[in-house]
Design a binder for this molecule. Structure first.
Ligand code: 5AD
Ligand code: SF4
Length: 424
């Protein structure tokens, strides 16, 4: 979502006449997009702001801005730690950025400004400036109503709001015209997308009919809202990719309840069984969180046990970081830091074992790879991704966006490697 927001802000400024520089020293305006999900990300952004503050003291005309969730959450801390900052703009306020930046540039603002947000903002009609020519990120909704007890997102990104389906389709058609063969539909909880009577699976139907669109991905899905209808759409396949990111967070029902996730471990596992029965080739990835308040060694063992039961194709692993203002912040953060680190390492090692296995199981199978670019490590090979999202290396020269059918012959680190069998 932050990558997409960065593209939105870039698109907004480019269409207003701004340009992009490659070096910070050449810029008149520097904007930093920030994340508040964990303390570590915030500390890094503050560090970066301090070093840019030093640049600003050398180049006083520079306009320095902080965007994103941190801008929403910690205005006072930012101004205290990085007094050189000129403007602070949370995730719902970007539409006003060009005007406010211009005021700063021509000196009509003496000091910093905090840009007010618009709670209903969905940025429809702003065309993002997209990166790689392959995958177009596309927000279909913003905000979240779930209030998982550890999570800052609903506090900084506001209530859930879905975009009009016609606007989504128009934006996808435009991105296909610009040459993007793939779209990733984004939302904090895409399964709860709703516009009047139209739910997420019906939106997917419409998106899958966009002519020329080769691949559709979406994230993130919430296990509780993953519907039978969505599973049916994945069975139909077509241009809907057989991959699903389904964060589970923990394996202990007691912890899941404290996290306010609103599903039990067995409900989660039975959805996974249904998905795998329905779409045997599906790649399932997840998010895992250890060291939540009150997590005992026994609770944590249940997370490890769940990892072994589900055998995720990949996982993002985190240690709990208390976020001020969330429900969990009121609980005692009682798992010692050293224990959190140790649990995180155990979780990473186990997940690595299953992700290595899942890549090895691909050897000998035929897959379809969407070509992205010449391999950065070897000019005689191209790199692309399978429908499941696995990075794949292929000898030869191709066109960006070309689909190539190949047989996987080996695994090289985190990548698959194979020779083409038939070019589609
Ligand atoms: N501490 C650590 N990880 C967190 N996440 C969300 N909030 C926190 C937190 N307070 C993780 C969850 C979520 C992912 C995006 O970030 O696993 O799914
Ligand atoms: Fe945060 Fe839960 Fe919403 Fe995901 S679903 S953004 S974890 S509150």
């Amino acid at each position: 979502m932050n990558v997409y927001d960065g593209e939105l802000v870039t698109g907004l400024l480019l269409s207003d006449g701004f340009g992009i520089t490659q070096e910070a020293e050449d810029a008149d305006v520097i904007l930093i997009n920030t994340c508040s999900v964990r303390d570590h990300a915030e500390q890094r952004a503050l560090g970066r702001l301090r070093s840019l503050g030093a640049l600003k003291r050398k180049q006083p005309h520079l306009v320095l801005g902080v965007l994103g969730c941190m801008a929403e959450r910690m205005q006072e801390t930012i101004l205290k730690t990085a007094p050189d900052v000129d403007l602070i703009a949370g995730p719902d306020s970007y539409r006003q950025l060009p005007e406010i930046i211009r005021k700063h540039l021509n000196g009509s603002f003496g000091k910093f400004s905090i840009v007010p947000g618009d709670a209903g903002e969905d940025f429809t009609d702003i065309m993002p400036s997209r990166g790689n020519g392959i995958n177009a990120y596309m927000a279909i909704m913003r905000g979240c109503n779930n209030y998982c007890s550890y999570c800052i997102v609903p506090h900084v990104r506001g209530r859930e709001r879905s975009r009009h389906p016609d606007d989504i389709i128009i934006e996808i058609e435009r991105s296909v015209e610009e040459g993007f063969p793939e779209v990733t539909l984004l939302g904090q909880n895409v399964n709860s997308y709703k516009w009047s009577d139209l739910g997420f699976h019906e939106l997917l139907d419409r998106v899958s009919r966009v002519s020329g669109l080769k691949r559709i991905r979406f994230l993130t899905s919430h296990p509780r809202d993953l519907s039978e209808e969505l599973i049916e759409r994945m069975v139909m396949g077509g241009n809907i990719c057989p991959s699903l990111h389904l964060p589970v967070q923990a394996g202990s029902d007691r912890i899941l309840k404290l996290m306010k996730r609103r599903y039990t471990r067995s409900e989660y596992v039975s959805k996974i069984h249904k998905l795998r029965e329905a779409v045997p080739d599906i790649a399932i990835t997840t998010d895992l969180l250890c060291g939540f308040p009150g997590e005992t060694e026994n609770d944590f063992q249940q997370t490890l046990d769940l990892i072994g039961e589900v055998r995720f194709d990949d996982a993002f692993t985190f240690k709990y970081s208390p976020r001020p203002g969330t429900a969990a912040a009121a609980m005692e953060d009682d798992v010692p830091e050293a224990e959190k680190v140790e649990r995180l390492e155990r979780m990473i090692a186990l997940c690595r074992k299953y992700s290595d296995n899942s890549r090895k199981e691909m050897i000998g199978r035929e897959v379809e790879v969407l070509m992205e670019s010449v391999s950065p490590k070897n000019a005689s090979e191209w790199t692309g991704r399978t429908g499941c999202g696995r990075v794949t290396l292929v000898p030869g020269a191709y066109k960006q966006g070309q689909l190539v059918r190949l047989k996987v012959e080996k695994v090289l680190g985190f990548s698959l490697w194979g020779n083409p069998v038939l070019t589609v």
